[in-house]
Design a protein around this ligand. Sequence first.
Ligand SMILES: [Zn+2]
Length: 125
Amino acid sequence: MHTKKNNHQKFIEYIGKGRFVLPYCKECRKTIWPPTDNCRVCLNNLSLKNYKNKQGKILEFFLDKYNNNNANIIMILVKLDEVILIGSLHQDNTNRENIEGKKVRIKKCGFIDKKIFYQFEIVNN
Ligand SMILES: [Zn+2]
């Protein structure tokens, strides 16, 4: 039997290809998270939109203490539209400034040990 993939399956498939897409409702003009096929508000069918270059904002940041190999990795909590993601950020070595509120975008995403990872970069305006 041939079954059509739902938006959640497509989301996972895109992550595997290093792409970040989110279901978007054209009626409500909102991204829908977690990925579903229909809008929770208006029940419209959702289309997938590329969010790879979409800017998000850092809500919180902390040093990754469990990462022994690279001391410059900072873990960040990012708000990207309706979605809150946790990911890593590469900082230039001695830079220890407060990065809360800074704008970021996804540099890379994919799977490590079957878990989704997001790597961000700061967007300089
Ligand atoms: Zn809607």
